[in-house]
Design a protein around this ligand. Structure first.
Ligand code: ZN
Length: 240
């Protein structure tokens, strides 16, 4: 069943809870995830000042590609919205963008030398590479939003130097998997830093597995698992 605006907002509120629950956005209210219906320009995002675990479908705001709030609940948009609008503008295939500051991936951005060690399931979905945005300034203008979209290119994962990450995908489920896996991949890579001799997964094998693991059926399965986990263990304002 294709999503409607209300099912998409419900899923986005769950995605915020999952990002909190999985430890990717626990420290404060900063960072944001947005979604849009395929082919639409309006996207939905949480307001500034609200914690990830506090997000409900009712509090979400809608925003146009010019970065204007055009509907939704109380509150104002985050200042880094050009990051979302310029990626949507550049990438008709992208329907979800997540920008957060997870601990390990942000550390990885500060020591990044261009390659991720592909050694396990967490890292192999990034066999095609991870992009880098080399400025640590916040993304508050259309120009810097465009620069982020350019750095991301046709890819789906980007490290922002000394700042955080951007992941972008065709669906909310796929993008959530990318966010969770990139943080685990960063932890894997950093843990291996002292070791010179590391056995890596050959690129053709990793590429094949990446394609398999990113198929919609696997991403939906993970999303549904995280939703059940929320029902059991969730501490936030919304559990679906
Ligand atoms: Zn940021």
């Amino acid at each position: 069943m294709p999503d409607t605006v209300s099912s998409l907002k419900r899923k986005l509120a769950l995605a915020y809870q999952i990002l909190y629950q999985e430890g990717l956005a626990r420290e404060d209210t900063l960072g944001h995830a947005s979604v849009r219906l395929p082919g639409e320009s309006l996207c939905y995002v949480k307001p500034w000042g609200v914690g990830f675990e506090e997000v409900t479908p009712e509090c979400l705001l809608s925003m146009d590609l010019e970065g204007n709030k055009v509907g939704g609940g109380e509150g104002r948009l985050h200042s880094e919205m050009p990051l979302h609008s310029e990626i949507y503008r550049a990438r008709p295939d992208v329907n979800c963008v997540i920008h957060i500051h997870p601990f390990h991936a942000t550390l990885l951005s500060s020591v990044w030398r261009g390659g991720l060690r592909i050694v396990n399931q967490n890292t192999q979905i990034f066999a095609a590479g991870v992009a880098m945005y080399a400025s640590s300034e916040l993304i508050r203008s259309v120009e810097t939003g465009r620069a982020v979209a350019e750095a991301l290119g046709a890819g789906n994962a980007l490290l922002m130097k000394n700042h955080g990450i951007v992941v972008a995908g065709q669906s909310l489920e796929q993008t959530l998997v990318l966010a969770v896996q990139l943080e685990k991949a960063a932890l894997t890579h950093l843990t291996l830093a002292p070791f010179r001799e590391v056995s890596e997964i050959p690129t053709p094998v990793a590429t094949r597995w990446a394609e398999e693991l990113m198929r919609p059926v696997h991403c939906t399965n993970k999303f549904e698992y995280w939703c059940r986990k929320l029902q059991r263990e969730g501490v936030g304002a919304y559990r679906g």
